[in-house]
Unconditional design. Structure first.
Length: 201
């Protein structure tokens, strides 16, 4: 509780002193979820997502390469909510997400679907994880044109990938990201061939 209070205090100082504003009005969902972090155009996005989560008292988690958690960096990454992904066993991520989300109404897994190689399309990991874990998806955003960041609508994935992505594209249509020149159109690399069905419960 003391750590949570400290984090919320740090976040409030950030929003008070930063040029960015926190958009609160759209996030009315209470429960564990997967949050898309987009447009992902800058390392500053990580700061914004932490500030959003800490101010809202969410238990934020994010996925990182296994190498990031080696040696002295491991405890730091985990204290910030990091979950190590073993590339030799990526399927274990869904099981870990399910386990962590159980009984935690403030569980928030942030996934940034835009790859480091721009122009290659969004990765479908967030969709696969949310479907496999039976969790709704929230649309987190950073909009440099208005200097606002926050959590937009939360909804259940339907299993109709194209329809779900059309809904996501509509929301992000006017969101520029911190660095608009690096923004990527919300389109999955394997969108036309991805068939997962509706999320399990």
């Amino acid at each position: 509780m003391a750590l949570e209070t400290l984090r919320r205090g740090v976040a409030r100082v950030f929003w008070r002193c930063s040029k960015w504003n926190l958009a609160r009005e759209e996030d009315r969902y209470n429960g564990p979820r997967v949050m898309v972090g987009a447009p992902h155009t800058s390392n500053f996005d990580f700061v914004l997502m932490l500030a959003i989560a800490w101010e809202g008292r969410y238990n934020i988690h994010w996925l990182g390469k296994h190498e990031l958690f080696k040696s002295w960096r491991g405890p730091i990454m985990r204290s910030l909510g990091g979950i190590a992904v073993d590339r030799d066993n990526p399927g274990g991520v869904v099981d870990e997400v399910i386990e962590r989300a159980k009984g935690d109404e403030r569980f928030l897994l942030v996934v940034t679907p835009e790859g480091t190689r721009k122009g290659k399309g969004w990765r479908s990991g967030f969709y696969r994880i949310a479907t496999g874990a039976g969790l709704p998806v929230s649309l987190g955003f950073a909009d440099g044109s208005t200097k606002t960041a926050g959590i937009g609508p939360t909804f259940e994935l339907s299993g109709d990938v194209a329809a779900d992505m059309d809904r996501i594209r509509a929301f992000y249509r006017d969101k520029t990201g911190v660095r608009p020149e690096y923004r990527t159109e919300p389109r999955l690399r394997d969108e036309s061939s991805l068939h997962l069905g509706s999320p399990s419960r």
